[in-house]
Design a protein. Sequence first.
Length: 82
Amino acid sequence: MRGELENFAGEVFEPFARNDQRRWGQVYVRGLLTDGKRKSVEPMAARLGEDGNRQALAHFVTTSPWDPSHIRARLAWKMEAV
């Protein structure tokens, strides 16, 4: 399951120019779609073994310059195939 989820997130965040943005995009998607009641940054980072990097994940979610409308469009495109 994790491999499939990483592939999916990799395709969704593929247009990001920087590797670190693609990586944190993948981590964020995994955090949202895996088990766990709390979907805020700290619990997701702890659940995914990224606790030492929760500040980097928080930066991606709150201040990293990416346009969520592009990601929504890619998600919709991916879901059409399903």
